[in-house]
Design a protein around this ligand. Structure first.
Ligand SMILES: Cc1ncc(COP(=O)(O)O)c(C=O)c1O
Length: 375
């Protein structure tokens, strides 16, 4: 059985160049980066070089990068950290209807602490209207958090437009860029965001490392208190090993040229499916404002999980969940107003550096075979 991996939005393998950069830190450079002696020097220098590589990808300053354990922690730090720091100023947060659970969860937790959360809707392509953000702002609003690109359907949001609105009102703007970093431009000054989340394992770095970009002068209370690591924003001895991995991955991610090839494969895949299935296949997500590697499709009359089960050896994700025997479309597809019979059929294929033409052609062929109408 041929194994085909089309689930890069879930996680990407560690790039060989990333693994090579990390290797010396498994065996040598064991010192604590905060120590002052010879055993720390290598780790400390590498940690700061990695911080610079992450900052360079984002067009940020080195001191604006806080290493975290991943995207979820970065999102929690952004939301709870700003809310806590600005609690005396207000108690209202604005977010969107298609956020990842790593945003929804901290929002719920803040609601339990008395914060109010407004959720702006999305259109049928999964896009917010910046004007809805403007309308949701009150004198109590202390944070806006809108994801850059959606993990399920790939739709990207008009972050720079939201930023203009946020800046007019002096409200910090956070964007969860876990899916967009390395797949499209994520310059923090072009986007004009104050906080931005990176998840290492989505950019060919290991799991267990991520980062939060925090613009200078943005108020932020740490989640983890302790010693003064990471500029007092996240206590705990840093892992030079993991930071080096993220740094190298970010250095590689500065070259977006390989995304053109990945996008071409994604489009080839979609065109083949369309030629085969015609109106029996629909694409969920925005036709243009979308991650170049993501194709979320529904096959009319089929349940996504069942189709995937029959596509043995193919790793992809379904956009529906089975609750006590009842299949439901994902909250993202529901927020987009996708009809239940279409949403239940959703499958997310996400391509990456390792994807080949032969692989997408094989999957398209097998889908045609599996889903051929009964004679
Ligand atoms: C949009 C988005 N945000 C946050 C996360 C969480 O990142 P991590 O798995 O590094 O905690 C993910 C991971 O799926 C994601 O897709």
């Amino acid at each position: 059985m041929q194994r085909i991996y089309l689930d890069y939005n879930a996680s990407a393998p560690i790039d060989p160049a990333v693994a090579a950069a990390m290797r010396p830190f498994l065996e040598d450079h064991f010192g604590n980066p905060s120590s002052e002696h010879w055993a720390a020097a290598g780790a400390k220098a590498a940690l700061e070089e990695a911080r610079g590589q992450v900052a360079a990808l984002l067009g940020a300053n080195n001191d604006e990068i806080v290493f975290t354990s991943g995207g979820s922690e970065a999102n929690n730090l952004a939301l709870k950290g700003v809310a806590s720091a600005l609690a005396a100023r207000g108690d209202h947060i604005i977010t969107s209807a298609v956020e990842h659970p790593a945003i929804i969860g901290p929002c719920r937790s803040l609601q339990q602490l008395g914060f109010a959360v407004s959720v702006v809707p999305v259109d049928r392509f999964g896009r917010i209207d910046p004007d809805d953000v403007r309308q949701a702002i009150t004198s109590r609003t202390i944070l806006i958090s809108i994801m850059h690109a959606n993990n399920e359907v790939g739709t990207t949001q008009p972050i720079a437009e939201v930023a203009r609105i946020a800046r007019e009102r002096g409200i910090p703007l956070h964007t969860d860029a876990a899916q967009s970093v390395g797949k499209m431009a994520t310059d923090v000054n072009a986007l004009a965001v104050d906080l931005l989340t990176i998840a290492g394992h989505k950019v060919y770095a290991p799991k267990g490392i991520g980062a939060l970009y925090v613009r200078r002068a943005t108020p932020l209370e740490p989640l983890i208190h302790g010693a003064g690591h990471e500029g007092g924003r996240r206590a705990g001895t840093e892992s030079a090993l993991l930071a080096v991995g993220l740094g190298k991955a970010c250095e590689l991610a500065r070259d977006l040229a390989p995304m053109d090839g990945i996008c071409a494969l994604r489009d080839r895949f979609w065109q083949t499916l369309q030629a085969e299935f015609g109106e029996r296949v629909v694409c969920n997500g925005h036709p243009d404002h979308r991650l170049p590697n993501t194709l979320n499709v529904s096959f009319a009359g089929h349940i996504g999980a069942e189709v995937l089960a029959r596509l043995e050896g193919v790793a992809a994700s379904t956009g529906s969940a089975c609750h006590t025997g009842h299949v439901e479309p994902s909250p993202v597809l529901k927020a987009m107003g996708v009809a239940p019979e279409v949403g239940m059929g959703a499958i997310r294929f996400s391509l990456g550096r390792g994807t080949t033409e032969e692989e997408v052609d094989t999957v398209a062929d097998r889908l045609a075979h599996i889903l051929a109408p009964a004679a």
